[in-house]
Design a protein around this ligand. Structure first.
Ligand SMILES: Cc1ncc(COP(=O)(O)O)c(C=O)c1O
Length: 379
């Protein structure tokens, strides 16, 4: 019999298995780029941009260096900068705020729904001022935000929407992909994302050809033609090697997202009804892509230690709300002023999920969580 000590751990996410599954075609694509002698702004990027735009049901994708740059350049491309305000979720990864700060604009945090991790549109309306230029909803954990209500508000107040889709490749809202049509959405291809590369990468998708053209200049020193600089751009290009790898993985994204959904369904039924444990809620008209499977409990740290002792890796997304991060000391609202974000930060725990997590591993997680819940219930 194998002792508990010898049982392999359940990893939070197995990136190496993702490489192994597609190793021959990935190695061939990398070799193709190496052999081509073209490493930036070449045919792989062009091919990926066309394929990713089509996947997102829109016309343009512009590959950049990271998700953070995708957000920042999308905001700059829309002319947002110093003196402007952008509404951001209080509960998100810090990059959503940092991208706004990097343009010189001010991030104005608004709380999520009480039981759902995305922006609450009722609270958004109260935060709009004459300086507000844009809303920046985040499709957190792969769950689409309440886009109809946000679009209605944006239209009524003449605001742009820049969607942070770093965790939502392939998710659908009312049957359409995040990024579809005339949306402006920023994606990250950080290795752990649903569509990830072998380093940093990102893209902005948009239905607006002029914005796409400005973004192509902004990412390449403000230049359309070598040594002609029409604006103060930056260097933020998605390189040929990453683009080639992303093209291969894009063809598998729906099937990989399907495996995530099957595991989420397993967790949702296996963990239903446990006292003191909040499960993720799927909002009506949304098809999430389960970037994360995040539960909530006031006894989060206990649950985390219990799972760790049983060989199960977990993460917290995110342990410190952005307004309490030292990065925003003196600028953001004080402790106690964004109670929903603070309660998410105190309670959230993400269980292992990913296209290479086996069903048996998920069942092991379920057993361990149930064991913890029974113990807590009897205490
Ligand atoms: C919600 C969110 N926004 C933005 C980013 C930034 O993406 P990147 O790490 O590619 O800069 C990330 C991921 O790290 C994210 O999770």
């Amino acid at each position: 019999m194998t002792s508990r000590a010898e049982t392999p751990r359940v990893p939070f996410l197995d990136l190496k298995a993702a490489y192994e599954e597609l190793r021959p075609e990935t190695d061939a694509a990398v070799a193709r780029v190496l052999d081509s002698g073209r490493y930036l702004l070449g045919p792989e990027l062009e091919g990926f941009e066309a394929e990713f735009a089509a996947y997102c049901e829109t016309d343009h994708a512009v590959g950049v260096n990271s998700g953070m740059d995708a957000l920042q350049l999308a905001l700059r491309g829309l002319g947002i900068g110093p003196g402007d305000e952008v509404i951001v979720p209080s509960h998100t990864y810090i990059a959503s705020w940092l991208a706004v700060s990097a343009t010189g604009a001010t991030p104005v945090p608004v709380e999520p729904h009480e039981d759902h991790p995305t922006l609450d549109p009722l609270l958004v309306e109260k935060a709009i001022t004459p300086r507000t230029r844009a809303l920046l909803p985040v499709h957190l954990y792969g769950h689409p935000a309440d886009m109809d209500a946000l679009r209605e508000l944006a239209d009524r107040h003449g605001l742009h929407i820049v969607e942070d889709a770093a965790q939502a490749h392939g998710a659908r809202y009312r049957g359409r992909r995040i990024g579809a049509g005339s949306s402006v959405a920023a994606f990250s291809f950080y290795p752990g994302k649903n569509l990830g590369c072998f380093g940093d990468g990102g893209a902005v998708v948009t239905g607006d050809p002029e914005l796409a053209e400005r973004l192509r200049m902004l990412r390449n020193y403000g230049s359309r033609q070598k040594y002609s600089h029409e604006m103060k751009g930056t260097n933020s290009r998605l390189d040929e090697m990453q683009a080639a790898v992303l093209r291969i993985r894009l063809a598998h994204l729906d099937s990989w997202n399907g495996r995530r959904s099957a595991l989420a369904a397993e967790y949702l039924s296996g963990l239903a009804g446990l006292p003191g444990l909040g499960l993720p809620v799927t909002a009506p008209d949304t098809d999430p892509v389960w970037h994360l499977f995040t539960v909530r409990t006031e006894r989060r740290d206990e649950l985390r230690s219990h799972l760790d002792a049983r060989g199960i890796d977990t993460l917290t997304h995110y342990p410190v709300p952005v307004h309490l991060s030292p990065a925003y000391a003196g600028e953001a609202p004080p402790e106690g002023s964004l109670p929903r974000a603070e309660s998410f930060a105190r309670q959230v725990l993400s269980l292992p999920i990913g296209p290479h997590l086996e069903r048996l591993q998920a069942l092991r997680v379920i057993d361990a969580v149930r064991e913890w819940a029974e113990r807590v219930d009897q205490a």
